[in-house]
Design a protein around this ligand. Structure first.
Ligand code: SPQ
Length: 425
């Protein structure tokens, strides 16, 4: 994919459905009694991997594009898969599904692509083992492939060393099957879509401060789930709208859950012209339309409790910082090192190639805004967010930017390049 400098971006777009919520909709729908109908489901490769894993466990799922219908098998109705459960590139599928598999009465194997095989799984193996699960890393490196032998589970309290929705959700999903209550305390609150959807499906879940507690479930009840637009996907157009001159973009129906809206707070603090319109709630999740206009920005420091609310947006924020006056410091973000790629190294190295003034730190990066980037060839490292962040950089850089293996955007935003073309003036 090749990109060059644009004169502006103007118009209205609707970004695809939220990836985190789409995954959870399939999983809870599969464990429910009755039918679950998910609208605005994300047809990205990661969520399609979740569908195929649950189909392999005997769940009837019909995917008609925007609407996905799941005939739930009930909490105890999953069947032993005859084959490896292939999660593709999806960390969310791997970790959340492991929480469910830990409690089943069968053995399963979970595996994925080269990127998944490098991502740390000890973070879920430890707490799930404490609950009584048997999870082995087949290559003995605490990574996938994982062999999971379902077992009766006991509720625990787990003090998680990291703020991770995937760790929290794996434990809470296992907790549905455990004897007694299961709770997780995190250093900061991570995205709470599992807790909100549990409530929506009739599960008894409580949250207080940074602790979430689930009681064992007798049944989950399916229903209609409307998936909001993904704020992580909207981010590319928020950033582009702010840094490409002469831009005005209205992004419709975007999820603005406070555990995910750090990008909006950061853009506003940097001086970005962003307005939330038409705020409302769908299927238990807050949503709004986001109006963004080209702005003069200033550098800020980003760290602490806001980090989990914008962790996936940091590569795009780095692009923003290159066009902000002064210094932007991103800290407390060491989790970036264990995403689809090492997002600290990859962002810093590629932005250096584009002549940005940027340095990596142990837990983030420091960027001096120069207001200038030069086009370059960008290797995506099997990471959709790297591809999309650098594609946006390509819209403001001098000369041509080439994104190698640019089709990796299909993981979370299949129509990304078409949407850029539609808005370009
Ligand atoms: O599913 P995957 O590959 O882990 O996806 C990413 C992404 O950038 O799309 C992370 F690489 O998002 C995670 C996110 O970083 C999705 C997620 C969730 O749905 O629960 C939670 C976050 O991860 P974590 O490790 O902080 O729990």
């Amino acid at each position: 994919m090749k990109l060059t400098k644009l004169k502006g971006l103007k118009g209205e777009i609707t970004v695809p459905g939220d990836k985190s919520i789409s995954h959870r909709g399939i999983m809870l729908g599969a464990l429910s009694e009755g039918t679950t109908e998910i609208t605005n489901f994300l047809q990205g490769a990661d969520c399609l991997s979740t569908i195929s894993c649950f189909q392999k466990m005997g769940v009837e799922i019909e995917n008609k594009g925007d609407v996905v219908t799941i005939k739930g098998n009930g909490l105890h109705g999953l069947k032993a898969p005859s084959d490896t459960l292939d999660v593709g590139n999806s960390g969310t599928t791997t970790r959340l599904m492991s929480g469910i598999l830990a409690a089943q009465s069968f053995v399963s194997t979970v595996d994925g692509d080269a990127s998944i095989r490098k991502r740390p799984m000890k973070r879920i193996m430890t707490p799930l083992s404490m609950m009584g699960a048997k999870i082995e890393s087949i290559n003995d490196n605490f990574c996938a492939p994982l062999r999971i032998t379902g077992a009766p589970l006991t509720g625990i309290h787990y003090d998680s060393p990291i703020a991770s929705a995937q760790v929290k959700s794996a434990i809470l999903l296992a907790g549905l099957y455990a004897e007694g209550k299961t709770s997780v305390t995190e250093p900061y609150v991570s995205r709470n879509h599992t807790e909100l959807m549990f409530r929506y499906f009739g599960v008894d879940v409580e949250t207080e401060g940074t602790t979430a507690t689930v009681s064992p479930a007798t049944k989950l009840t399916g229903g209609k789930v409307e998936v909001p637009g993904d704020i992580s996907s909207a981010t590319y157009f928020i950033v582009a709208g702010l840094i490409v001159p002469n831009s005005e973009i209205l992004i419709k129906n975007v999820g603005i859950n406070p555990t995910r809206d750090g990008i909006i707070k950061v853009c506003k603090e940097m001086g970005g012209d962003i307005t939330l319109l038409n705020e409302r709630t769908v299927s238990g999740e807050p949503i709004a339309d986001i109006l963004v206009r080209s702005s003069s920005l200033k550098g800020i420091t980003i760290g602490g409790s806001i980090i989990p609310t914008l962790i996936d947006e940091i590569p795009a924020i780095a692009m923003l910082a290159c066009f902000a006056e002064g210094t932007t410091v991103i800290k407390d973000a060491q989790e970036l090192k264990v995403k689809e790629s090492n997002r600290i190294d990859v962002v810093v190295n590629h932005l250096k190639k584009m002549n940005a003034s940027i340095e990596a730190t142990e837990d983030g990066m420091i960027i001096e805004g120069t207001g200038h980037l030069t086009g370059a060839t960008i290797e995506t490292n099997l990471d959709h967010r790297i591809a999309m962040s650098f594609a946006i950089a390509g819209l403001v850089a001098e000369g041509e930017t080439e994104i190698l293996n640019g089709e990796v955007v299909t993981i979370s935003y299949p129509t990304f390049y078409e949407d850029i073309k539609r808005l370009a003036i």
